[in-house]
Design a protein around this ligand. Structure first.
Ligand SMILES: Cc1cc2nc3c(=O)[nH]c(=O)nc-3n(C[C@H](O)[C@H](O)[C@H](O)COP(=O)(O)OP(=O)(O)OC[C@H]3O[C@@H](n4cnc5c(N)ncnc54)[C@H](O)[C@@H]3O)c2cc1C
Length: 393
């Protein structure tokens, strides 16, 4: 058994690296182990919208708290996140979407979110002139925005390291070690590590480590296609999505468009080029979906598809049946904390997820009602229908 730690974090995505930062800055001895490297999976594949609008009521308090943290995150971490707060527009392409958005604005405004309804195309295009004259209206949340995912995770990792946390990349956790109902550490493909507390933030692979412990979080993996252009002249400040959740996009601070499809079934292929030493696993998107994403971009942002493509990839999303994450201590296993199933919403939440996971691992109050995120909530409801994916940036 190698060195003993106070906490082991499995996974260096935004959730794990933010949790490690919180624990290390409080003086705890932390190691983060990642099968690939920081932001190798969802936290790098992401659109990286930082959004409160359109959130489930149970998730909204977390998203609002996260947005507060995003405001000063760069100063706190001492490195750029490229966080930009210029709003989120959810576009209505037809009467049905128009009604859906109008109702959402009513409901979420009643919950205290600063969200307005732009009732016609002229009002919308006064704010975002590059959008199509065919769009009927939109919701607008001025306090939503976006950030750079690799920069943000890198900033959490660097701040955690400065506070004393260690990171082990290209090392796969193969088992969470439990004895007499208590966590003892983890086994990896290279070594064993001991710690009384483990935070599991391994994204869609979390189930592989929970299964042998007799725990299960039902996860439906959805695949989303992402296209990134070369840097081009800025025409769009806001993150844009559509009411049906089947297209979203933004222009990064460097001018690149980053646009996504809706979710589709995963073809179950993941290319781990250089084995576990690969910087990140690649999932290749179907050509037909690339065509659909481009066609929708041309409908929403006419003229922008003439730009050159720099990169395409597919990202995988860990959907739970109710599209809410599990943020909880494990039932009947002392010392295990679980963060998974973010269902396409976990990038924005990252900074607050880190605080919540650290508090759960320390046995402190989190300050939030986490009952909607309980690990056991699916046990008595095996036939729960699958909630639709609502990716909106
Ligand atoms: C295309 C796409 C668009 C998205 N758009 C948005 C958006 O606009 N806004 C938003 O808020 N969210 C969005 N999301 C969701 C968001 O990106 C994720 O919810 C979030 O990044 C999850 O972070 P995580 O740290 O929990 O998991 P991940 O980032 O998946 O990190 C898990 C880490 O665990 C490691 N790992 C896995 N298994 C093991 C093991 N056995 N041993 C060691 N390490 C292991 C992996 O290598 C990985 O680095 C999107 C996701 C995708 C794919």
């Amino acid at each position: 058994m190698s060195e003993a730690y106070d906490f082991i974090v499995v996974g260096a995505g935004i959730s794990g690296s933010a949790a490690a930062y919180q624990l290390a800055r409080q003086g705890h001895k932390v190691v983060v182990i990642d099968r690939f490297a920081p932001a190798a999976m969802a936290s790098g594949w992401t659109l990286a919208g930082v959004r409160q609008s359109g959130r489930h009521p149970a998730e909204l308090p977390l998203a609002r708290a996260a947005v507060e943290l995003w405001t000063t995150l760069e100063e706190e971490l001492g490195a750029p996140t490229h966080y930009t707060r210029k709003g989120n527009l959810r576009l209505a392409r037809n009467e049905e979407e128009y009604e859906h958005i109008r109702r959402m604005v009513e409901e979420q405004s009643a919950d205290g979110l600063d969200l307005s309804f732009l009732p016609d195309n002229a009002t919308l295009r006064a704010m975002a002139p590059a959008l199509s004259p065919a769009i009927l209206g939109a919701s607008f949340c001025p306090t939503d925005g976006h950030a750079d995912p690799h920069a943000t995770v890198g900033a959490f990792v660097a701040a955690a390291e400065r506070a004393g946390a260690s990171f082990r990349n290209h090392e796969r956790v193969t088992a969470i070690l439990v004895e007499g109902g208590r966590v003892m550490g983890v086994a990896t493909d290279k070594d064993n590590y001991s710690a009384p507390r483990v935070i599991l933030a391994a994204g869609l692979f979390g189930c592989e480590l929970l299964g042998p412990l007799g725990l299960d979080v039902p996860i439906d993996v959805r695949m989303v296609t992402v296209i990134r252009s070369v840097p081009v002249e800025r025409v769009l400040d806001q993150v844009i999505g559509v009411a049906a959740g089947n297209w979203a996009g933004r222009q990064e601070v460097n001018g690149r468009f980053r646009v996504t499809s809706g979710g589709q079934a995963w073809h179950k292929r993941m290319d781990i080029n250089g084995g576990e030493r690969s910087p990140r696993p690649a999932v290749h998107p179907p050509m037909a979906t690339l065509g659909e994403v481009v066609a929708e971009m041309e409908r929403l942002l006419p003229g922008t598809t003439a730009h050159a493509v720099e990169e395409v990839w597919a990202g995988l999303i860990d959907m739970t049946p109710d599209a809410l994450p599990v943020l909880d201590t494990a039932p009947a296993i002392e010392g295990l904390v679980i963060a998974m199933g973010f269902s396409g919403h976990g990038f924005c939440l990252g900074p607050i997820t880190g605080q919540i996971l650290a508090a759960l691992a320390l046995g402190d109050e989190t300050g939030f009602d986490l009952s909607a995120f309980a690990a056991t909530r699916f046990n008595s409801r095996p036939d729960l229908p699958q909630e639709a994916m609502t990716l909106h940036g």
